[in-house]
Design a protein around this ligand. Structure first.
Ligand code: GCV
Length: 686
């Protein structure tokens, strides 16, 4: 039942309210693919194959155009089309490849269902490879997973055999991916287990690959660099050792024998305790190239991660650039350096990593995080597309004005043999796949942005809401005004709201340790590495707060290209949203809003809390338009998010107030929690 009994409904709303119990319960499992077609269609295609059969089936089941229309599916070589691209017309889809036909079908159906125009268009994907990274462990747990256990792996006591249930789930998974253009999946955690390369596990990988293949989704594996010595019986895993080289060649051959379209390897090396080439005094290039050579004959690639930071005193945000820039130009053309969007670690807001655009002679791919490790897990409603849009549109200036991250990675600015983008998956065994019904929008948005990195987060939200919530027969003006509009507004505001109540003004990494959920700006045990503790990042003291990365500080600004470097370096021109990322700022520093830093911080936290309270009102008001199951699930999550936002605000303001020694502006709601209690509760959880 609604929380607000006094709310006023429009007449239409009231009618809908009466019929809302008739809206059938939805468990969220069908994702954005819940719509059935409304008419018959005649599909003409001169060829047949498993992929084309799926394309035809999707058209027949989802067709919402003119009843009885004929649609031609034409496979024909056309130089204007990339591998997965297609030419779209109302009654025709033409492509070079079968997967292109399938993507064309999904595009056509989506446009029919959302009411978008279908005109003659040539549509190519921005990136050649659009890949989900699953941080799934072979025992079925998921690192940073908040939606149940792995859809691919089970506890070790269970058999690795593929069941009918597995096949059904993987088919649904593959279909969802294909429908938004995702064409690759790394099946296991980057903190890789050597077991994954043993025969029984590879057999299961084959089982998965066989199901994903018709949907155009390739399988990839994260591999442990020390596999030759851990499972191969060798004394070393030195990448220049001939036996090691042979071991990888043989292993790759074994994989391709059973999975002929295998995509390649993802490697986390010499990072957070993982083994790597530096253990043998070799470089990242030595390690990546050795694997790339083994994969080359089969068309496989190596995605080598740049998420590295050592125990040195160097600013953690500078280290990846420091390690990888000297290697620019030394990598094989089937190696892609996979770089997280920001220089630290998927924080609610970071500047883009300075490696984007800077590595001019090496292929570079972005890695974003769909799972909400630092953004409220599967409890908070945070639509991430605005964050990714901000990132992709950031101008690196590396090849002149307009060399955005998107253009520097999709082949527009630099010629790259391969282009790719990765998203760390938020998918698990939960019925609704992602834990939070709105977290499905992030899976959807990743796919759509990987397909077209120029899309706006607003357009993606619009599509997703229509596909996920609109029911047949919904009167459009009423539904648009009373559901689509407010829900879209809520989604578009949600990322900034999370920044406001968690880490505004460039604050970062001030969350509670390990689980990365609640606030923990105080956490700094003596024996923990400093660059894992919040005080290392916020550096609050009596003079101010923030990390000095200006020229007089760590000089991280120098890793950016001009004019950005100078803009960030100057406290007066650095954008307010990144101020404390780049500057240790006095508490009484005046911002462009006319407020002191301290007051601005208070208002930001308070605004964040108010925004979530507003989301609750928005959601309660749309009750007549959504089935009771989804309504209640989301209502409950929003309640928890509101409570959490209040805790974030109270914890951070009361903690930082110990340094600012200034009052919380009196027109702001007072804290309702005590700092000591919050700290005690936080410590109890460890
Ligand atoms: C998979 C952060 C996360 C780790 C993750 C790591 C990475 O440190 O907290 O869970 O490990 O990033 O991206 O490799």
């Amino acid at each position: 039942m609604t929380a607000n009994k006094n709310m006023k409904y429009s007449v239409l709303g009231l009618i809908l309210m009466c019929i809302s119990p008739l809206l059938h319960a939805e468990d969220g499992h069908s994702l954005w693919l819940r719509n059935k077609g409304k008419g018959s269609v005649n599909v003409v295609c001169s060829k047949n194959s498993p992929t084309l059969a799926l394309a035809k089936q999707e058209l027949r089941e989802g067709w919402s155009g003119n009843a009885g229309a004929t649609v031609n599916l034409i496979l024909k070589t056309d130089k204007a089309l990339k591998a997965d691209g297609f030419k779209l017309k109302e009654n025709q889809i033409q492509a070079n490849t079968e997967s292109g036909i399938l993507y064309g079908v999904y595009e056509l159906l989506r446009r029919q269902q959302t009411g978008e125009v279908i005109k003659e268009e040539t549509i190519n994907p921005s990136y050649e490879r659009r890949i989900l990274n699953h941080w799934d462990n072979p025992n079925g747990t998921i690192e940073r997973g908040y939606a149940g256990r792995s859809i691919f792996w089970r506890p070790s006591k269970d058999s690795l055999g593929v069941t009918e249930k597995d096949k059904t789930l993987w088919t649904e998974y593959a279909r969802a991916n294909a429908s938004v253009g995702i064409n690759g999946a790394v099946l296991d955690n980057v903190n890789a287990d050597q077991k994954m390369l043993t025969a029984p596990y590879l057999e299961r990988v084959k089982g998965i690959a066989d199901i994903l293949r018709p949907y155009g989704v390739k399988t990839y594996l994260s591999v442990k660099f020390s596999s030759p010595s851990m499972i191969g019986g060798l004394k070393t895993s030195d990448p220049l050792n001939p036996e090691v080289i042979k071991w990888w060649k043989d292993k790759v051959k074994e994989i391709y024998k059973i999975i002929p379209d295998f995509g390649g390897f993802l490697v986390k090396a010499n990072s957070e305790g993982q083994p790597g080439p530096q253990d043998y005094k070799r470089t990242h290039a030595d390690g990546a190239n050795m694997m790339a050579d083994a994969l080359k004959p089969y068309g496989g690639i190596v995605m080598w991660r740049a998420f590295v930071y050592s125990t040195s005193d160097e600013d953690r945000a500078k280290q990846a650039y420091g390690e990888f820039m000297p290697l620019d130009g030394q990598f094989r053309d089937n190696v892609i350096i996979q770089v997280k969007n920001g220089p630290v670690d998927f924080q609610p807001r970071e500047p883009f990593s300075p490696l984007f655009g800077a590595m001019k002679k090496t292929s570079v791919m972005p890695e974003v995080q769909i799972t909400q490790e630092y953004l409220g897990h599967s409890t908070h409603l945070v639509y991430l597309a605005p964050m990714w849009e901000e990132f992709l549109k950031s101008d690196t200036y590396q090849a002149g004005v307009g060399s955005t991250v998107a253009r520097c990675t999709d082949g527009s600015v630099y010629s790259q043999k391969h282009t790719a983008i990765a998203g760390v998956s938020n998918i698990g065994l939960d019925t609704n796949w992602c834990g939070h019904d709105f977290a499905q929008s992030n899976w959807y948005a990743f796919g759509r942005l990987a397909w077209d990195n120029k899309l706006t987060s607003e357009q993606i939200a619009d599509e997703w809401i229509k596909l996920t919530f609109r029911n047949e027969g919904a009167e459009s003006a009423d539904w648009n005004n009373n559901f689509l509009k407010p829900v879209k507004e809520m989604m578009l505001l949600s990322r900034e709201a999370a920044v406001n109540y968690m880490m505004p003004l460039g604050l970062h990494h001030i969350m509670s340790a390990n689980e990365h959920y609640g606030p923990g700006p105080w956490w700094a045990p003596a024996r923990t590495r400093k660059d894992w503790t919040p005080p290392y990042f916020h550096k609050a003291d009596l003079t101010g707060v923030g990390f000095d990365r200006s020229k007089t500080g760590s000089n991280a600004v120098s890793q950016y290209h001009e004019p950005l470097a100078s803009q960030l370096n100057d406290i007066n021109t650095c954008p307010a949203e990144l101020l404390l990322w780049f500057h240790h700022t006095p508490w009484n520093f005046k911002l462009k809003t006319g407020r002191t830093l301290w007051d601005e911080m208070c208002y930001k936290y308070d605004t964040g809390v108010k925004q979530v309270r507003q989301f609750q009102k928005t959601w309660d008001k749309i009750e007549p338009y959504v089935d009771a199951d989804r309504f209640t699930r989301i209502q409950n999550k929003l309640r928890a998010q509101s409570q959490n936002a209040q805790v974030w605000k109270d914890a951070c303001l009361l903690y930082f107030q110990q340094f600012s020694k200034m009052p919380i502006p009196y027109d702001i709601e007072r804290p309702v929690n005590n700092l000591d209690d919050l700290i005690k509760n936080d410590m109890k959880r460890r």
